[in-house]
Design a protein around this ligand. Sequence first.
Ligand SMILES: Cc1ncc(COP(=O)(O)O)c(C=O)c1O
Length: 451
Amino acid sequence: MSAAGTSIRTLEEAHTGAFEATESFARHLDAIDPLRAFADEFLHPKGPFNGRALYFCGHSLGLQPRGVRTILDEELEEWATRAVVGHRKARRPWYDYHLRVRDGLARVVGAQPEEVVAMNGLTTNLHLLMLSFHRPEGARRRLLMEKPAFPSDTYAVKTHLRARGFDPAEDLVEVSPREGEEFLRTEDVVAAIEREGDRLCSTMLAGVDFLTGTRLDIPAVVEAAHRVGATAGFDLAHAAGNVPLELHDWNADWAAWCHYKYMNSGPGAVAGAFVHERHARSDLPRFAGWWGNEPETRFKMQLIPEFVPVAGADGWQLSNPPILALAPLLASLELFDRAGMDRLRLKSRVLTGWLEWLLREVHGDEVQVATPADVERRGAQLSLRFPKVDARAVHTTLAAAGAIVDFREPDVIRIAPAPFYNSFLDVWRFVDMLGPAFEGAHGIEVVGGFH
Ligand SMILES: Cc1ncc(COP(=O)(O)O)c(C=O)c1O
């Protein structure tokens, strides 16, 4: 038995039946957490808890790894001292910088190195990959996505279809949670795919839903889509670095994601893309640019004006690699390699599991969790509703007490303990400050439009 009165010795042994609602139990879990030292590899916003705020917004913007400043300084120095020569001669030559992040990225999303590339922004990559993988022919012309989807995805899909001469009212199929339910069931997505059958051309679905944090069963969706002859694509913005992914083995056709959330690579970080190796040498139509061309002929330039795509995901690149955007990703991936997705996931399951258990135990009447209770069906995020108080007022009081969480209209507070830099004590402190936050929230007059 430990000081906390628990016999749990490893995080593998931590389960709801063994949880205790005490600060000493939180400290015990921190003591047995093999990843606890990683919190100091990140820079934390200032606040009242040993100088740090309680930061629970890794689902929105991950914290800055300490290594980012060093690598950025190095690249700035290379630029200052070598200028154009740095493309070929530098500590990390810029010419093929995108290849430096490839292996690490492949390990995070479960891909072969040639299947992934870091490029552009997420929404840009959605358009580029839809262009290649949504290929309507005859009666097979519909695209299926979830509703509500992240607005950028909805805008992208609707404008994409219109720009190519299709009508979203006819050619877009949106699948919603059942009446009275919070989150979308994978079985309902699969049923919708089967219903559409040979009218379905492609799917584009979120691996983890931004609003409720629900994790989709990607292999089940891929299988269903392929069964009816459609391609399967995924937006993994909230999944990459958060939940285990095996994109290659699951046979997904394509995926795109950003790196500023759980991938901790900075605001507006360069995004990621996956194209399954089955399509590596395909003649799929695409928008091309010089960096997608075979490296051997890339610099023949005007001498060979025809585009010859390099095999693999690299062949979807348009532009030369953005060094100052890729450098933070490189620093971040080094941490992923040291921590390992398996250990991050294990800690994440316990961390979020304990948060959920504590919320029900301590604030059961005041908090509703809009995220699946099944740990397999979620990542780090819990989305909370407050039946007795205004969520915006709770957000305000939490911020004043030093907790950074986010509010989504009309009534959801999203909170994601990140296994890289959040501790079990952070979770305990958050739940502990909710009581006073509810009290404070009663006294706050909510003004419309506040965020
Ligand atoms: C699910 C999802 N899709 C798309 C986007 C938009 O990404 P970007 O601004 O990088 O294109 C986001 C941003 O948070 C997102 O969460």
